[in-house]
Each structure stands twice: as C-alpha cells, then as structure tokens.
Design a protein around this ligand. Structure first.
Ligand code: NI
Length: 145
C-alpha cells in the first residue's frame, strides 16, 4: 500500500447500518477494507471499456418524485444529451417512489459521463449503470453474412 490518506465521509445512519451488516456477512473485519474494495471494484469496472468504444448502457434510477425539482433535473440532463439517449422507461412504484431506466448508446466516455450525472443528482436514492460493448463482450463471434 502507498501513503495512507484519511477521509471523512458523511453517510445516512440507516445506510451505514445496512453497510455494516453487509460487510459483516462478507467477513470484513473493519469498514476501511470494505470501502477500499468497493472503490477498487468501481474503478476497475469503469476502465475495462475504451473511452471511445461504442457501447450500449442502461441506467437504473430510483428516486422520490416529491423531491423538489428532481424529476425536472433528470429530464433536463437527458434532453441535454439527447443524441445518446435512446429511450426512457418510467414506472411509478408507489405514492412516492419512481423507477426510471434510461437506455443509452454512444461512446463509452459520454455514456459514463451522463450516467454519473444522473446517478449523482441530489435526491437519487439508488443508481446503477450497466454498460456493454458488443465488440468486447462477444465471446462467440457470429459469422457475418
Ligand atoms: Ni413516477
């Protein structure tokens, strides 16, 4: 390990409690190691695909639509990047919560950037990008006819 840096993180108590239960189940002895592994996983996942590779991606978002201006912000972000947004699926889960799945297609770096902006928008409770590059994930090349 290189030089150690200490960071302070503000986290919702309920979320931290769930995180502690999760890492206990996984066998971690302390939070620091679990945080380091999560960060490494996230970094690895984002560099596997070359920045200019053409990819398709789905961004799954869960949010409370009563959060002030949140639905408008998410829609604005998608309009700003309309060239890479194929479609959006919206489901009203209950009185407050919405599930939105945004389909993206474009350069990996652009898809990643928009996904990061959507997921990091204040009020989004959970967000996840799943990205695939048809060129790099094809284990069984199909004959081109
Ligand atoms: Ni809704």
């Amino acid at each position: 390990m290189g030089n150690l840096s200490r960071i302070g993180v503000s986290i919702d108590s309920e979320l931290l409690h769930r995180f502690d239960s999760f890492i206990a189940d996984q066998g971690y002895e302390n939070r620091s190691e679990a945080f380091r592994d999560l960060i490494r996983d996230r970094l690895v996942g984002s560099v596997v695909i070359a920045p200019t590779a053409l990819v398709v991606g789905t961004v799954t978002l869960i949010y409370n639509h009563h959060t002030r201006l949140l639905p408008e912000k998410l829609t604005d972000l998608q309009h700003e990047s309309h060239a890479i947004v194929i479609s959006t699926l919206h489901a009203h889960l209950d009185h407050e919560n919405c599930l939105e799945v945004v389909l993206l297609r474009g350069k990996s770096k652009d898809v990643q950037k928009l996904a990061d902006r959507l997921i990091s928008t204040k009020g989004v409770q959970h967000g996840r990008l799943v990205m695939s590059s048809p060129e790099t994930v094809s284990h069984h090349p199909h004959p081109h006819r």
